[in-house]
Design a binder for this molecule. Structure first.
Ligand SMILES: Cc1cn([C@H]2C[C@H](O)[C@@H](COP(=O)(O)OP(=O)(O)O[C@H]3O[C@H](C)C(=O)[C@H](O)[C@H]3O)O2)c(=O)[nH]c1=O
Length: 181
């Protein structure tokens, strides 16, 4: 597998080795030995799977208690996936980076704890699967606005407003949110 830093170097773009043959393909989506070599987490507490239709934007989310590292990938369709550094003491605070993750490119993103995470679905539907380094902690689950002008995230939506949950539609700006030191 190939592991490359994105513009925020703690966020890693992972390209697994894909073995194609006349039946289809095979890839390892997680391998503890390979992950250890690349300094990626080898212990995960929770696996999640969500499915969303075109135009849905889930995010930007994080949790204050036991912040989660996330290994995210798409097994059907495609999403534009975004990570935002929300650690106030970080030299890259309030900066974002993103990647197109799809069932075609098989690429995965590692989003470390301390980052907010979200994605926009850019195909008719997308299945989004991810591993988390800690369990979900609902009481400290938080969101910040996807369209915060201070972040200026270049979401690739074609003019239509994204479809948001009520929580995401009401999310505060980063400047008004409780995040990380
Ligand atoms: C996150 C989570 C949710 N839930 C329940 C709570 C709700 O009844 C339902 C949907 O939750 P929510 O609307 O928060 O789901 P998403 O909008 O996909 O949230 C996720 O989307 C962004 C992109 C993330 O990075 C986070 O993993 C997570 O915040 O699933 C659970 O039971 N366990 C969980 O770990």
């Amino acid at each position: 597998m190939i592991v490359e830093p994105l513009a925020l170097p703690e966020v890693k773009l992972i390209t697994p080795r894909v073995f194609g043959d006349e039946r289809g393909f095979f890839l390892e989506s997680f391998n503890s030995a390979a992950f250890a070599i690349h300094g990626l987490p080898t212990e995960w507490q929770q696996d999640n799977h969500s499915r969303s239709r075109r135009g849905v934007l889930r995010g930007l989310h994080y949790q204050l208690t036991n912040p989660q590292g996330k290994l995210v990938r798409v097994t059907s369709g495609a999403v534009f996936d975004v990570a935002v550094d929300i650690r106030r003491s970080s030299p890259t605070y309030a900066r974002w980076c993103g990647a197109l993750l799809s069932a075609e490119n098989h690429q995965m993103l590692y989003v470390p704890p301390g980052f907010a995470h979200g994605f926009l679905v850019v195909t008719d539907s997308a299945d989004f699967l991810y591993k988390c380094t800690t369990l979900w902690h609902a009481p400290s689950d938080r969101a910040i606005r996807w369209d915060d002008p201070a972040l200026a995230i270049d979401w690739p939506f074609e003019g239509l407003p994204p479809e948001l949950s009520a929580k995401d539609a009401a999310a505060p700006l980063l400047a008004d949110a409780e995040t990380f030191a």
